[in-house]
Ligand binder design. Sequence first.
Ligand code: ADP
Ligand code: MG
Length: 917
Amino acid sequence: MALTQPIDPPDTEPPAEESRVTPAMAQYVEIKAANPDCLLFYRMGDFYEMFFEDAEIASRALGIVLTKRGKYLGKDVPLCGVPVVRADEYLHRLIALGHRVAVCEQLEDPAEARKRGSKSVVRRDVVRLVTAGTLTEDTLLDARRNNYLLAVARARLSSAGDEARFALAWIDISTGEFRVSECEAASLSAEIARLEPGEIIVSDALFSEADLAAYWRSLPVVMPVTRDVFDGATAERRLASFFAVATSEAFGPLTRLELTAAAACVTYVERTQIGQRPALSPPLRESAGASMAIDQATRGNLELMRTLAGERRGSLLDAIDRTVTAAGSRLLAQRLAAPLTDPAQIARRLDAVATFTGDSTARAETRSRLTAAPDLARALSRISVARGGPRDLAAVRDGVLAAADLARALATRSVTPPPQGGRKNLPAEIAEAMQACRKPDGMLAAELSGALAADLPAFKRDGGFIRDGYDSSLDETRALRDESRRVVAALQARYAEDTGIRILKIKHNNVLGYFVEVTAQHGEKLMAAPFNGIFIHRQTLAGQIRFTTTELGELESKIASAADRALGLELEIFERLVASVMAESANIKDCAGALASLDVASALAHLAAERDYTRPLVDDSHAFVIEGGRHPVVEQALSRDGTPFVANDCDLSPPPESHAGRIWLITGPNMAGKSTFLRQNALIAILAQTGSYVPARHAHIGVVDRLFSRVGAADDLARGRSTFMVEMVETAAILNQAGERALVILDEIGRGTATFDGLSIAWATVEHLHAVNKCRALFATHFHELTALSARLDRLHNATVRVKEWQGEVVFLHEVIAGAADHSYGIQVAKLAGLPASVIERAKVVLAKLEQEDRAAPKGFEDLPLFAVPSRPSQDARQPAEDLLAAALAAINPDDLSPREAMEALYRLKEQAAKKA
Ligand code: ADP
Ligand code: MG
């Protein structure tokens, strides 16, 4: 059942003249041919073996030994294998490298195969395709992140094909979540960036589309699949049949395109899971504008989920994540990736957080109860695809019990009003969560508790997971297995007594199994009436005669298979328990979701209390007022060193009677804190719309529908575009897309090119933002010239970050104030950075000359003394005018000057320089 068309016919294909191929090899070749796009894990006893090219690929990827076994068509067959018990570890590495693995199991006992004849091969088939987007094992997954399989379908809107719409459907098979949405071509990459899918499937046709090819290549795992998977005509039927409903209308209104993408997802899941049907929730539609649009570059730039270096540590998520469960952590990440745009929904979440900020006892109790709650969703999902073990059943039991307890505890708190006017009525989100926590049938937990032993093995095949006393036939079988000797001994004693033969023995060997043995003379007695009715002769040896009895035969077979039977009975009980769990799966899933949302609400409250965050006001206005805002990540990093973070205000609200937001133009030297200020305001908006409290004294935010953040001269060499090109492409996207509700952060745009180009572009960009986009914007720049724009543009506000010059050094105060920076202090910063003194001196000279020429009439760059810089400044090489200046400079001792004297000295020097020039 190949999902993709084989690109090359596999070289393992059986040849026409099948010259001496063993039956086992023929079986391998057949199975491999059916799964050409996967590495084939071929089960042989305790190993998964790989052959031919698969073996070569795997041995390279895993660093395992490549050997040979036998010949195929006259050539050696390369082989490598991994032990079944360690298969997960190897799978993990192969999947991470972008491979797909078909797991082929033995479907019968080798003994059964032998019954069909000595040459017959054990029946085998692929039971599962392991792909990056369809994993369920904890060992293969990051507990704190969702792992999505995403299907992308496209519909052309015009016959020319230049306009298209896309539908996305994504499933986290490990939790059962299933969503669909539609988007325009322009927001496709932003949507994919938000979801960060583990695997993307698209139709062959879409995969080979010329203008998307480069984009697909830039994503980690994109899998082209055959057309039928994305067939619109059969989509509805396939989807309905997966969920065993009559029509897809059961899922609410989905567009045809959404149905196509959703059906592609379930078809792919069915084909990879081969007969197992995971407990997916019905597809839930997400409307396009429901979340803040944040493109990939902005996400990366703001380091939402990970830092630019790719680490979770140092990201916004890491800084705010105080959840105590993996499911809570996943939900928080999901919410942070898609901040809401509906103020009512946001308020709902904030209300939930407020419940716990207002009641620290409830918060602590909730968090401690949650700590004990296992990952219900993932356990349930493994159980649903027959990959669950005894511990997953225990996880369901413990999760369900923890949820019920938590709901009860919260209910008691809500009837006794907390001191100091805390709220008595629980907000909707908490009330709903409590209800969902109580949903699973109480009998289920009781049934699981009654059945499961205290210590549970990892795998059901290990047995021993059913409690003694739960099932009488299991107890009996186990007793037989464990006490076989005692049972045999008791039988021997009885026979000895009945026959009067004291030396009668029951013995065991591999040929006869259990038998009764007496001496030859006693044997005669047993072969005569009345004993010959019980004892059946088996064997006569020199001194002994051996017998069996019906009872012993029965005991024998009971004992021989007791272990097997015990395991078999346990597995039967396991399946019964699984059926009970699956009958409650929808309720369990809701309960899991409720636990996660309680975790997020209480964790955000914990964060707010710990770091002094406040509840933001988010509404439909275009306001943007932050008082005493802080950068959530930088603040925490600084506090670890005991450095305080300087809080800053920001107000981008439109003037009265207008919707057009303000633009703040921030100038100031390097290292002053411009970038930090820009980002903190964007992060506060994200946090607020995520439904979190924010690091500020006060925050009022009119919903932001799109967020853009760009840094000049970002490095994007990987995609082969010059950094300046990238900067311009990204700036273009902003200027073309940002509307009145957008928030735009531009940091040093125009730095990637020559000064005047850059300045002109920055200039025009500010004008465009002001006149056309009319959005709220923060623009940090090193082009002081831009500050002049505020005279012409009424909504442009100049701000700068305060620095103090003290004894010739700059001191950064990190305080954002109105006004423009007087100069850029670049040389002082360079000095701080430890540039050689001679370079600093020379730079000062050049600066003086540049500034004075600039004032006269700007010339081309070649006129600037930049190119006259001697490699090593020496007295002789200096020009006369500069000599004088240098002498004047040398006469000044900055440490002895007051700021006023310093300024005067500077003016004098400049005058002097102007004369000499
Ligand atoms: P710029 O963009 O102006 O060059 P940054 O924003 O990169 O400056 O800030 C430089 C450093 O200054 C930061 O790494 C941080 O340690 C510190 N800093 C910035 N803003 C603040 C602040 N408000 N309070 C305290 N330290 C700050
Ligand atoms: Mg900066």
